[in-house]
Design a protein around this ligand. Structure first.
Ligand code: SOE
Length: 387
């Protein structure tokens, strides 16, 4: 297979990020199997056509079912809001299409498991969009851990802090409605941190959580693009916020490490602090997405007089994916995480294997999300094996 023909559902924030990845991939990774931007799909024909032209798709259709009937589409890329993931993914798998789905995989664990089962039964490839794994600094963290360079892991301290809904007049967008988003800070932000923890530390054994919704009612939204919305200030009609604004988690991992995770949209001054610190017997590493080109490292066997964290700029050719971009020190950004994600997906086609992370990772993450929700509801520790 030397090209993969894509049909993409959704054209807003993630649709733009994925489109950019498909578009630039052949220029920077010319050896890779190439994605072909065949058909973009969305419900509003006017906005869709604008996106089609702007992002560079060949055709546009307003019903995703059409994509499944076409034999010139190999891969369905699902960027629609979370409540649409399962129906599209299951139908696409049944139609024999490969799947690439944004996170969180589904609204519930049962739905996520069904998506995985259907994908496996159909024998198609499946990938879930945990894009932060693909920052070269995170890949370096993974390498250091795998090589044993920080030793046995004792602590994972993760957080995803944002502040885009702190204004009580910020409208009630879909991300604040449980029936569409599944959960709030937990599924939107916590899911990334849970995936990062699983990737770097290992499987969760048990969790306990707490959460709150600080602003319980908001003005009805008119529209949303990216993380901006319209309608707040003008609307007098209010609606209930049905998801968590902030969630805290304590966790024990199967390998004995202890973890803590904070996911919030109310951390003033933090626009996108997706970070972690990991402490092991031989050293520590820390990462903050707002400085995504850097990994801070500390090794216990450094000479005593220079002990301390040092900053590694992960932009050398020694770092994953960096050969394809710019000379060392010429930094990359958010959009590159998606390009690398698609490089991995294309490599999976070339090598005829499942990409990583795939729906198994989506389900494992969803198990932790569900265990946290149960823990909050029942005010107790919940083992992952219970869900
Ligand atoms: C909004 O909170 C958001 O865009 C998430 O939905 C993304 O998954 C995260 O990467 C950035 O923040």
């Amino acid at each position: 297979m030397n090209k993969v023909r894509v049909g993409m559902v959704g054209y807003k924030f993630m649709g733009k990020a994925h489109s950019n990845a498909y578009r630039v991939l052949p220029m920077f990774f010319p050896q890779s199997v190439a994605p072909e931007m065949k058909v973009i799909c969305g419900r509003d024909p006017v906005a869709l056509e604008k996106a089609r032209v702007q992002f560079g798709w060949e055709e546009a259709v307003t019903d995703w079912r059409e994509l499944l009937q076409r034999d010139d589409i190999d891969l369905i890329d699902i960027n629609a809001p979370s409540d649409a993931h399962k129906e599209i993914a299951v139908a696409a798998a049944k139609a024999g299409k490969h799947l690439f789905c944004e996170k969180p995989l589904a609204l519930t664990l049962a739905d996520a498991r069904e998506m995985l089962e259907e994908a496996e039964a159909a024998g198609v490839k499946h990938m879930v969009g945990f894009n932060y794994r693909f920052a070269p600094a995170v890949q370096l963290a993974k390498k250091l851990i795998e090589e044993g360079r920080i030793g046995q892991i004792y602590h994972f301290r993760g957080q995803f802090l944002q502040d885009w809904i702190m204004d009580p007049q910020f409208p009630l967008v879909w991300r604040l409605q449980k029936e569409i988003a599944g959960s709030g800070s937990l599924g939107d932000l916590g899911a990334h941190v849970i995936d990062m923890a699983r990737y770097l530390v290992g499987e969760f054994q048990e969790v306990i959580g707490m959460s709150d919704t600080f602003i319980k009612e908001r003005p009805i939204a008119e529209g949303m693009t990216g993380l901006s919305a319209t309608g707040g200030a003008n609307s007098t009609e209010m609606g209930p916020v049905t998801v968590d604004d902030a969630t805290l988690i304590m966790a024990r991992f199967e390998n004995g490490a202890l973890g803590s995770i904070e996911a919030t949209r109310f951390a003033g001054g933090h626009r996108c602090t997706n970070g972690f610190e990991i402490n092991g017997s031989k050293g520590s590493i820390r990462f903050d997405f707002e400085r995504m080109n850097e990994l801070e490292v500390y090794f216990t066997d450094d000479a005593a007089d220079v002990q301390g964290f040092r900053r590694v700029l992960a932009t050398d050719s020694a770092h994953a994916y960096m050969d394809a971009w710019w000379p060392a020190g010429h930094t990359i950004g958010y959009e590159h995480t998606f390009t690398h994600e698609v490089v991995e997906l294309m490599q999976a086609f070339e090598e005829d294997r499942q990409p990583s992370p795939n729906f198994v990772d989506g389900v494992r993450c969803q198990e932790v999300l569900e265990a946290v929700e149960r823990s909050i509801e029942e005010r107790r520790w919940v083992a992952i094996s219970e869900v």
